[in-house]
Design a protein around this ligand. Sequence first.
Ligand SMILES: NC(=O)c1ccc[n+]([C@@H]2O[C@H](COP(=O)([O-])OP(=O)(O)OC[C@H]3O[C@@H](n4cnc5c(N)ncnc54)[C@H](OP(=O)(O)O)[C@@H]3O)[C@@H](O)[C@H]2O)c1
Length: 274
Amino acid sequence: MTTLTLVLGGTGKTGRRLVQRLTALDQPVRIGSRSGGLPFDWEDPATWAPALTGVKAAYVSYYPDLAAPGAPEAIGSFAEMAANSGTRRLVMLSGRGEDEAVACEKALADSGADWTVLRCSWFDQNFSDSFLLGPVLSGHVVLPAAAVGEPFVDADDIADVAATVLTQAGHTGQTYELTGPRLLTFADAVAEIAAATGRPIDYAAVPAADYAEAMAAEGVPADVIELLTYLFSTVLDGRNAQLGDGIHQVLGRTARDFADYAGDAAATGIWNQQ
Ligand SMILES: NC(=O)c1ccc[n+]([C@@H]2O[C@H](COP(=O)([O-])OP(=O)(O)OC[C@H]3O[C@@H](n4cnc5c(N)ncnc54)[C@H](OP(=O)(O)O)[C@@H]3O)[C@@H](O)[C@H]2O)c1
């Protein structure tokens, strides 16, 4: 059976990969983002109903972050509108070890939708498709993250899980913990990237206040600095230093290792730009 699926953040790290998978399965897809097929903006609820028209299932990737002020309210309102307009199947991208993400998950469940939660660790692709690309290219990665293990997860694995739970029965009401297969510190991850590229890239951990000051000097907006320092200091305090088994539960295979991600990303040339 084909089902029109709305993929929020369908041009982002996980959404783009999910769109590729659903399309390969001959499932019709509508991208929901500000620049996607039909404009969808979390900050403009008037765009939500048109994006939901004729849709039976949706992948809910919130932006900018589940820890941002107003996220649970926006997700709750969207999920309620979706469930009431016939989009009963909602799969939400969530984070691990965050009270704010749990509040978003609760808002999703309270909507009455047939929900599934994908509670993910930090994405590998933050180093290549996101805010850590610049530091990697500069050869110096400086973050307020101490020597705490994080089971970085590959966005390709998240997309495989999302495509499976959206197209196969038996996943409603489930929360899956999606992590990579081993714990790495940020220094370990940067060392893996350096090995994959053959270039020296160093890593330094700094106090959160120093990091915030350096970001402000670069002109990064205050709300983004606040969010990043919060995430680094709260989520990376050791609470998430354990593996989850959601990828094996859903896909019946092990998660992709960070070294494989680093090798494949290096081969694309993304880390060789001047
Ligand atoms: N990154 C991680 O390591 C991580 C880990 C766990 C959970 N998460 C959660 O994953 C979610 C996505 O984060 P991400 O870092 O992976 O981002 P991302 O999906 O790569 O973000 C970009 C996407 O969001 C869309 N977008 C930007 N502003 C929007 C707006 N106002 N309304 C609607 N769509 C908008 C963009 O498209 P347009 O520019 O076309 O709008 C693009 O499709 C967040 O809720 C975060 O809390 C992230």
